[in-house]
Design a protein around this ligand. Sequence first.
Ligand code: FES
Ligand code: FES
Length: 172
Amino acid sequence: VSGRGGIKLKVNGKKRVVHAPPMARLLDVLREDLGLTGTKEGCGEGECGACSVLVDGEVVASCLVPLCQVDGAKVVTIEGLAKKKLHPLQQAFLACGGSQCGICTPGMIVAASTLDEGATLDDVKNALAGNLCRCTGYTKIYDSVLAVVGGRDEKKKARKARKAPRAVEGGR
Ligand code: FES
Ligand code: FES
């Protein structure tokens, strides 16, 4: 531990001091020590992206990050994206059917939150390349993200797709 005072970090804008082993996984610290259970565990091996959070603005797999590595860092979890109401991406995932079991959803949304307005489908695919979904296929997930950050045409397409649910989902 960095000194006896614990490890200090800012989580969702609030200063937190964590007294946990330095090699504790950030994922466990968030869920168990800080009660932020929105971040999910999938593979536990850095492969699925379910545990994605932002550390100093970068998307990281929190299952691979030891607590000591985030001493002094700013961490944002899915809970930190929703302010007084759901984040637009959260609303879009609901409206466009982007989540089913929801295990991948927080990680998808955290990763998508780094996209700039005017993103193309390829930008979205790249941003979500490290996030796996076992349930829905990816089409509705991409639609959900494009409905928020896509350019005008992309948003229009996403709106149309929302009105006409697909019988069959495409893979990626
Ligand atoms: S649980 Fe961290 S990448 Fe799968
Ligand atoms: S909605 Fe179930 S894993 Fe993606």
